[in-house]
Design a protein around this ligand. Sequence first.
Ligand code: ATP
Length: 233
Amino acid sequence: MLRINNLNVSYGSIQAVRNLSLEVHEGEAVALIGANGAGKTTTVNAISGTIPSRGSILYQGKEINGMAPHKVVKEGIIMVPEGRRIFPKLTVVQNLIMGAYVRKSSKKEVLQDIDRIYQMFPRLAERSKQMAGTLSGGEQQMLAIGRSLMANPKLLILDEPSMGLAPIVVKSIFTTINRIKQEGLTILLIEQNAAMALSVADRGYVLENGEIHFHDTAKNLRERDVVKKAYLG
Ligand code: ATP
């Protein structure tokens, strides 16, 4: 579904991503793991078209490198950005409705989808009329995921969903990510928390200093000594 070949991104003289190649097949959950500054966010920003990059990004056989960000969204690549970026001054339900604006659907369909999100995240249902900026960090992450699902993604990219959250909240977020995967959605999961990421992913890529060091099935990565030592503690 997504095939990146020799991606390179530089910020002035700093090369943040170097010759990165990765693939995500339909129905798969793929983890891109790496420490702070490894180049994870840079990679997703290149995919979503928000920063310029060199190399090829093929999505369903079509070159999307160079495409405007809103067109990438129209293709069905929806990102849940690092730091969530929900609309703090809008209510929970208003945020969800905003998520649906990229698609053409009837009010009835939008309402059905909001219902689906509320079943997935009962907490959001209870807080439907609450201002999003007053939600807890975990609830904001749920809302960010819910809002992205409202856009009917074909490929969902999650950028560090565990960031800044307590372990118990992280666990609950990952249970939901796993459920979304089980429903058949294709997922690219960017994470520093390798243990959680590899618990839901089918395969994983390990990024260090802007380069993919190795990639394998999640199961093999979990058993690899170097991954255990550096990323699994
Ligand atoms: P984190 O988990 O801390 O967000 P990351 O793996 O997502 O890390 P990136 O944010 O992609 O890493 O950063 C990769 C490198 O590129 C870092 O060295 C960072 O300092 C640099 N970088 C990122 N954004 C910019 C920018 N706008 N200008 C200059 N350098 C940048």
